[in-house]
Design a protein around this ligand. Sequence first.
Ligand code: CA
Length: 243
Amino acid sequence: MLSPELVKPHSNTALGCILVVEDETIIRNTIALALRDEGYEVITAEDGYSALGALENGDRVDLVVLDIMLPYINGLDFCRTIRHAGNSVPILMLSAKGSESDRIVGLEVGADDYLTKPFGMRELIARCRALMRRRIGYNQQTASSPVLKFGDLTMHLQECRVTVGDKEVSLSPKEFRLLELFMSHPRRVWSREQLLEKIWGTDFVGDSKTVDVHMRWLREKLETDPSDPKYLVTVRGFGYRLG
Ligand code: CA
């Protein structure tokens, strides 16, 4: 089993570090080179086991590009494992499978976005950029950092931090954007279709179950009793609202 290989960026002005996990050498190297050319620092791993090692070694990883079919630990199990451990690093999942159920499973185990092979490098880079922009914990200290408050919930937008009372909670980028939308429009009812369009974009080919899955995760993180939510409320026949 090989340990992760560090591909040095061209300069020390890397935009962030991306872990590329793919067992097919040509695809792995092509992705690594394309991302490095964009200015990212790239670490590669050829199986799920060494990918976990890379994260546990404390390497600063801002995004994981993750193939599903991998030796030892597959992409879905890798996702489950790190999410269970509380790691909210954004994950772009790659798969040769394009079916709806695979996409849903990918999102259910904690991926933030999903790309079906074969894909173009420009599309991969665009998706990576979008996920990096939303990176949780991407600290930008400013004196006038905007803050949204509702009850005990507080969102520090520029610091990408969320607290419930004085307890800090860790949200994935999608969860963060969903909550930001609700917190920006308290008591407004959003349909699942509106949430899909706002958060996942009009080109997302998923169904409204994706929204329900993310709402369930948000409730588990924010609510005292997720089965009787006081913040993220279901409006039967319409959708969801805050408060
Ligand atoms: Ca593979």
